[in-house]
Design a protein around this ligand. Sequence first.
Ligand code: HEM
Length: 429
Amino acid sequence: MTTGEKIAEKGAAAGKPLAEFQFPSPEVTKCPYPFYEALRSEAPVYKYPDRNDFLISRREDILFVLRQPDIFSNRTYLADEWAPGAERRAELELKPPGGVLETSFGLTSSDPPEHSVKRRALRSLINPRYIHSCEETLRRLANELIDGFQSRGSVELRGEFADPLAMLTICELAGFDPNDREIFLSWHRIGTGHGRRFLSAEQLAEQSKDQPEQQAYCERIIQDRLANPRDDFLTEVIQAQIERDGEINLPYLIGEIRLILTAGNETTSRLITNVMKLLIEHPDQLAKVVADRDLVPNAIDEALRYECPTQWTSRLVMQDTEIGGVAVPKGAFVLMLYGSANRDDTWTDPDKFDIERPSVRELNMAFGGGIHRCLGSPIALAEGRIALEVMLDRLKNPRFAPGHEEERENIDNFQKRVPKKLFIEFDTP
Ligand code: HEM
């Protein structure tokens, strides 16, 4: 790739030294790739000034972290200033008979051996045969959403297609009531705990404002399934927990149900929005996938690599250690920059969006790695593939609607990659 092409892809900050970047900052949120490149070339394990945080930007170092959950813990709340310390920490010391540390904290905030118990409890959601059996329904849902706007020849793709499709998919697979989708969509988009360390008190309050309503909603689901068991995933998870532990653990179940309701939603919506944006930005790649539908799965993988929907997650360091030769003390946080690993020198021409790139799925860090690797990746991949196939079938000659450049910029969140809005036009039949 020439310098000119690189600047076109990565913006004017391409090649800027690390010292000239601020993180977080609107510049990095808008386009993080020049910052990541500066990190990788100057300080791949970078101590964030005045904070006990380290940014890890190379794939190899991130895998080193992900493979050692005993040193790099997911119980990041242990060091959160806002967590009510004493009681929650005391809860961690509880060791019920059977030897498994049992807490009300959910899968994403657990370490082994507890983590494997909690992960097993959700596995039936991603049974390949089950996902396959839902594919025709997902295709129908995608087509119905497009029926709602196709005659207009234009759409705001994120709000009118990607968001509701992701929501309806999780309703279909897990057993949430699709009639409640307006409630789910009205909730403030939830930030993950990992990103909270960088939010102001105001932003935190804003992010958490719907939490009581969400918890009450999940509790209602649990009570309903207890009173009226059904042949669905939610009933199965609730009954399995009671059978396993001898009594209901309401805070845990509320947390896991809320996780399923939210984890796969926003992320997959971001993927669907990003892949269309990228294809419009790269007409040669769009032409290729229009001509050869067998490229659809690879286009999805490449979109995940190129614009990682979740740019990073974090771990709490449980003992003094070293990463890539840099000393990292106990109590520090490490931020694993998946969006950077997906553009490091593992890849040939990493800043090129190339839907024919080989081995993307195997090397991609978009779903994380190790024991916490995204549980829902088979759902996300199936949903992304179906969404793209239906969009290519029905939205002919897609292009950006004139204006709206500012809305195509990234949302105001440096952990998530997705345009604020994506207004597109297409030919009507
Ligand atoms: C494009 C879509 C998606 C992306 C980019 C994505 C990304 C990720 C990432 C990076 C992690 C690892 C977090 C960490 O290491 O700390 C993760 C974990 C997880 N994801 Fe996804 N995800 C997507 C879709 C889904 C879907 C559809 C579901 C299912 C409903 C889901 C459920 C989960 C769960 C339950 C975990 C926690 C796993 C654990 O802690 O063991 N995700 N996801």
